[in-house]
Design a binder for this molecule. Structure first.
Ligand code: PLP
Length: 391
């Protein structure tokens, strides 16, 4: 372990050297079953052969070009990504490197869209309490959790946070004279795996359409198949104006995307936005493998099936320390009656001489499951057994 890192993460004591499928191996050779997928990033697991092959081949051909030119692989990836999101109405894409960067881009689009159409004063963006939209000064301002709003001010102006599920508060907040966008996560990830109510989201979509306010889905955690449909919005029956993606988009290579439909696809003009690394050939080559795999209907059905298996097993325990269990696809939250941190530590330690389990928290008392999509049924059983012993 090194201590030259800035002290930003409450890290657990393991140092990894290698991964195989749903497993990670540490410096001592101990194996860990991975229910985190690098926080919904390694969606195809570790060392997925087609991904390794695509990256090796791409590295030998072309690693990077600046965005004043296209590369064959970046163009193919962009086309394929827009096609994967066309059911939700997406038509254009901007490629970046991370979730926060994608959400920044989305906010810029909403503000310019409104400025060009209605002039000054309509710059506000409404988000939900409990949301998480990133760590930059602007995306922290967008994030609807007070404990993120200390120490780093002044924050970017113009964000308003409302309680999710309250349609009247939403109606009041979406003031067409001052608001250009409404940003939400279909399932809030960081704050506890909290799904948005479908009827509430449909009201939001209707109000946004009536008032020409852009509906912006932050699918950075829920997208790319995580909930068993390519976008979680498909499951909610809404068509957003903007979708942001990152995390699983390139299976572990940094990548983010802002997609926009009919309304907002042509807001950006040359000089408005950019990103040096955004969508470079390595990220695009990796992203292609992810899209080729995750858009296959049978693969998405498997994600749903594995999610059901986890939910059903957890429910069958009737465990006294387990409260609510919820989720869609392979994004699952589990409320505990005890603090979650000691459970994470016990899971990491695992059984004596046997494997450990990597699992995430979301808030102080919620466990979060984000396993790689390629995890097997036997591995799910093994991981759940390890978890049960920790409880
Ligand atoms: C992780 C996450 C982000 C931030 O992504 P980074 O790549 O860490 O910048 C934003 N929104 C949601 C919903 C996320 O889960």
């Amino acid at each position: 372990m090194s201590d030259v890192f800035m002290n930003t993460y409450r890290r657990l004591p393991a140092v990894f050297v290698r991964g195989e499928g749903a497993w990670l191996i540490d410096t001592a050779g101990k194996r860990y079953l991975d229910f985190t997928a690098g926080i919904a990033v390694n969606c195809l697991g570790h060392g997925y052969p087609p991904l390794v092959r695509a990256l090796s081949e791409q590295a030998a051909k072309l690693i990077h070009t600046c965005n004043y030119y296209q590369s064959d692989v970046s163009a193919a990836f962009a086309e394929r990504l827009v096609a994967a999101c066309s059911g939700a109405g997406m038509k254009r894409v901007f490629l970046g490197n991370s979730g926060a960067e994608a959400n920044e881009g989305a906010c810029k689009i909403a503000r310019k869209y409104s400025l060009r159409k209605y002039g000054n004063g309509r710059h506000r963006i409404v988000t939900l309490k409990g949301s998480f939209h990133g760590r930059t000064i602007t995306t922290l301002a967008a994030t609807g959790q007070d404990h993120f709003h200390r120490d780093f001010g002044p924050f970017t102006e113009g964000f308003l946070h409302i309680s999710p599920g309250d349609a009247e508060a939403l109606d009041r907040a979406l003031d067409p004279a001052s608001v250009c966008g409404f940003m939400f996560e279909p399932i809030q990830g960081e704050s506890g795996v909290i799904p948005q109510d479908g009827a509430y989201m449909q009201t939001a979509a209707r109000l946004c359409a009536e008032r020409d306010i852009l509906l912006m889905a932050d699918e950075i955690q829920t997208g790319v198949g995580r909930t068993g449909t390519f976008l979680a919005c498909e499951g909610l029956g809404i068509r957003p104006d903007i979708v942001t993606l990152a995390k699983g988009l390139a299976g572990g290579i940094p990548a983010g995307a802002v997609l926009a439909g009919e309304k907002a696809g042509e807001v950006f003009e040359p000089g408005d936005h950019g990103s040096t690394f955004g969508g470079n050939p390595m990220a695009a080559a990796a992203g292609m493998v992810v899209l080729e795999t995750v858009t296959v209907p049978a693969f998405l059905a498997e994600i749903r099936g594995k999610g059901e298996k986890i939910l059903n097993t957890l429910r069958s325990w009737n465990h006294p320390k387990i409260g609510d269990i919820r989720g869609r696809g392979l994004m699952i939250g589990l409320d505990l009656s005890i603090e979650v941190r000691p459970v994470l530590e016990a899971a990491l330690a695992g059984s004596r001489g046997g494997p450990g389990l990597l699992i995430l928290s979301a808030g102080e008392k919620t466990l979060r499951f984000l396993p790689p999509y390629i995890i097997s049924g036997a591995e799910i059983d093994q991981g759940l057994k390890l978890l049960r012993n920790c409880l």
